[in-house]
Design a protein around this ligand. Structure first.
Ligand code: PHE
Length: 396
């Protein structure tokens, strides 16, 4: 149990119910038929893929999770690889675009012969990749896609090592209502993001069930830069909390504009805000005191976490955020299953990933049940001087 007394707060014990630019040239998905991974050559390196945004507004997401996966691969290789074979990582840039994520997955399946793929981070992009995973029988393990549909609609080859938004949305509603004592919240939703739309819905349903009022709900679309019209409308009914279930890249400018308009509300978000100190840089004093739920807190004093941070930092030069830790966990879950399938991919590897039980991840214990989701605690952090600081841990 990682709940630390004394810090900001709130021992929240919630009884909640139940989350490179294309490596070379452009992909040519039709170039080769999907080779079932079980037909991989029995010698040579074992290929593992990653797909994440390495350029574009969410560039940070893919870089961190790829680095996490890279560290896992290097550590596994240093320990002798799998069946004496070395592991090699192939990484692709989704550019935050669903069609690019789908192309990258197709290329990993058809051309690279990847045994499994770590990705995508964003729910909408994982959903776009899933058909290629199913068709090629190549498991994908999402580090961080939390929308419930990612696995339920994505099919039997899609796994994730994070909790889902059914849990996250409810715990945030409860945090807003019971810990922050909010009666009135407003919500700003990125209507193009499956993640944001889903999280907003779970949150508001739960917040209302707990006796709170959603006094305004406004939409925006990823890539917008001027949020003043929506903010002016959500300000009018005087909310105490502004819930923004989007990505850090939008939240920074939005928070600045909210403060310019004189909004003093508490800003609350989900794991899409997790970006190390980037949100603090983008939002400045406007995000000071803002709170969000996530998967990992770098100031967790636990030996395992601190040890991981030291290794990651020695390799990549920065303190990892949630995506670095989740990318590492996703890759390790895949490699562990690959050992149990004796280096064979396809249905055999899928089955072994599905047998993951109590895997000791950096982000918590990972068990992949029949739904292929991990059930894990969430962490609430608060931005203090631009840095995320552990506030509470909430168990499912
Ligand atoms: N949960 C987000 C989604 O499903 C992605 C994300 C997770 C982003 C963690 C940042 C950190 O789209």
């Amino acid at each position: 149990m990682r709940l630390r007394p004394g810090l900001l707060c709130v021992a929240v014990t919630l009884a909640l119910l139940g989350c490179e630019r294309k490596q070379a040239s452009a992909p040519s998905p039709a170039a080769a038929p999907a080779a079932p991974a079980s037909a991989q050559p029995a010698t040579g390196p074992l290929i593992i893929g990653t797909v994440g945004a390495l350029t574009g507004p969410e560039a940070h997401f893919g870089g961190e999770s790829r680095n996490g996966a890279q560290l896992a691969v290097e550590e596994a290789n240093a320990a002798g690889g799998v069946q004496g074979r070395q592991l090699v990582l192939r990484s692709y840039d989704s550019q935050s675009k669903p069609e690019e994520a789908a192309n990258a997955m197709t290329r990993l399946v058809n051309q690279d012969g990847a045994l499994f793929v770590v990705g995508e981070n964003q729910s909408s992009l994982s959903l776009a990749m899933a058909p290629a995973a199913a068709k090629g029988q190549v498991p994908m393990i999402s580090p961080s896609s939390t929308n419930p549909r990612v696995t339920s609609e994505g099919g039997p080859y899609v796994f994730r090592v994070c909790f889902t938004d059914t849990f996250q949305g409810q715990l945030l509603a409860r945090y807003a209502r019971e810990t922050l004592k909010a009666e009135r919240v407003a919500i700003l939703v990125d209507q193009k993001s499956d993640y944001a739309v889903g999280l907003a819905k779970v949150f508001s349903t739960r917040f209302i069930a707990l006796g709170g009022k959603v006094v305004a709900e406004e939409a925006y679309a990823k890539g917008d830069t001027d949020f003043r019209a929506q903010l002016t409308r959500v300000k009018a009914p005087r909310p105490e909390v502004l819930f923004i279930p989007g990505y850090y890249s939008d939240v920074g400018p939005m928070a600045r504009q909210a403060r310019e308009l004189g909004m003093r509300v508490t800003l609350l978000g989900g794991d899409g805000w997790d970006s190390g100190d980037r949100l603090g840089q983008l939002g400045g004093t406007a995000v000071e005191g803002a709170m969000y739920s996530t998967h990992f807190a770098p100031d967790n004093p636990g030996g395992r976490v601190q040890d991981f941070i030291a290794r990651y930092k020695a390799r990549f030069g920065n303190v990892p955020d949630a995506l670095g830790a989740l990318g590492y966990d996703a890759a390790r879950v895949g490699i562990d299953a690959l050992r149990r399938s004796s280096g064979v991919g396809g249905p055999a590897l899928r089955e072994q990933i599905g047998r993951t039980r109590d895997f000791d991840g950096i982000t918590g214990k990972i068990t992949l049940g029949p739904g292929r989701d991990a059930v894990k605690p969430a962490i609430i952090v608060k931005l203090v001087k631009g840095q995320p600081v552990f506030a509470a841990e909430v168990s499912p």
